[in-house]
Ligand binder design. Structure first.
Ligand SMILES: Nc1ncnc2c1ncn2[C@@H]1O[C@H](COP(=O)(O)OP(=O)(O)OP(=O)(O)O)[C@@H](O)[C@H]1O
Ligand SMILES: [Mg+2]
Length: 290
């Protein structure tokens, strides 16, 4: 795991539009099975609105530390919205309002005293479509690190991040080539390298393999298992086989007539896939809807 010195993120980076917050509900979070490991991220009664449109409703979930949790559910049920709620990326979209809280190692990331740039350093994100900057491989890795005040050896950081993302052997002969010149799977691993270069604790991955071929997908899945030794990983996927293969825990979300973006069921992946407690989970994982 990359452990590097960072100074506080630059002030000007944190001037994002403030979200309107509502008081935290006093309701206790839903219980989770007793065997759950310690959570790195705890989402408590979290709701989110885009203007008047409620996209996530009262979600409580504890994401176990250094495990992979898959978030599954039909299109539009709020998976990406929930994910972005965990690193305050939603507030980069105007008109967003949240209720409830999200604790990262016990601290509310939405507290007034918390810098959202620092939150996004600690909780990195990888997107569906690989999105390297149109810069060299080396600069892709160093960009976020520099913004976050990285002050140690840059060559070491580039190598450590690329090794950590299982990309070093394929690219070390030419780190000056553009990140955009890589294959889709390599670009996604470059984005993972860029994410881990700032020493995050949590990695959010929103359908990271959906633009990749099966071989590149398996490479990313292998990499995720490797990364889970050091990071808490939360992955959104539409691929049930992928959720079953790669994740330790699974959360199933759904929108219905009563509310949008609800958590229906959460538990160890083997339990959820072999013995779901909610009939809607069963219907979804067996492909009967969604
Ligand atoms: N920026 C936005 N402004 C307004 N509504 C939004 C915005 N982003 C998402 N929504 C709405 O919020 C709901 C949840 O969207 P979200 O993208 O979180 O779903 P999802 O489960 O990730 O879907 P998919 O599987 O298709 O990616 C949807 O109804 C969507 O239209
Ligand atoms: Mg989505």
């Amino acid at each position: 795991m990359i452990k590097v010195p960072f100074t506080k993120a630059k002030e000007e980076e944190s001037t994002v539009e403030a979200v309107v917050r509502e008081p935290v509900s006093t309701e206790l979070p839903k219980d989770v099975p007793a065997e759950m490991p310690d959570p790195a991220v705890e989402v408590n009664n979290f709701s989110l609105w885009y203007g008047d449109f409620q996209a996530v409703t009262d979600v409580s979930i504890k994401f176990p530390r250094k495990k992979i949790t898959a978030v599954i559910g039909p299109s539009g049920c709020g998976k990406s919205t929930l994910l972005r709620g965990i690193n305050r990326m939603n507030e980069l979209i105007g008109g967003v309002r949240t209720q409830g809280n999200v604790l990262l190692e016990g601290t509310d990331i939405y507290a007034d005293t918390v810098d959202p740039v620092e939150v996004r350093r600690r909780v990195g994100m990888v997107f569906q479509k690989p999105n390297p900057f149109p810069r060299s491989i080396r600069d892709n890795i160093l960009f976020g690190a520099r913004v976050n005040g990285y002050q140690a050896d840059e060559d070491e950081l580039v190598e450590a991040a690329l090794r950590g993302a299982a990309l070093w052997d394929e690219v070390n002969h030419d780190l000056k080539q553009s990140g955009l010149a890589l294959s889709g799977g390599q670009q996604q691993r470059l984005c993972i390298a860029r994410a881990i270069a700032v020493s995050p604790e949590v990695l959010l991955m929103d359908e990271p393999c959906s633009a990749l071929d099966p071989i590149a997908t398996l490479k990313i899945e292998d990499l995720m298992r490797e990364l889970a030794k050091d990071y808490t990983i939360i992955i959104v996927t539409h691929n049930m086989q992928q959720a079953a293969r790669v994740s330790d825990f699974t959360a199933f979300m759904l929108s219905d007539d009563t509310a949008r973006g609800k958590l229906i069921e959460f538990g160890p992946t083997t339990d959820l896939f072999t013995n779901p407690t909610d009939e809607r989970t069963e219907a979804y994982i067996t492909g009967r809807f969604g």
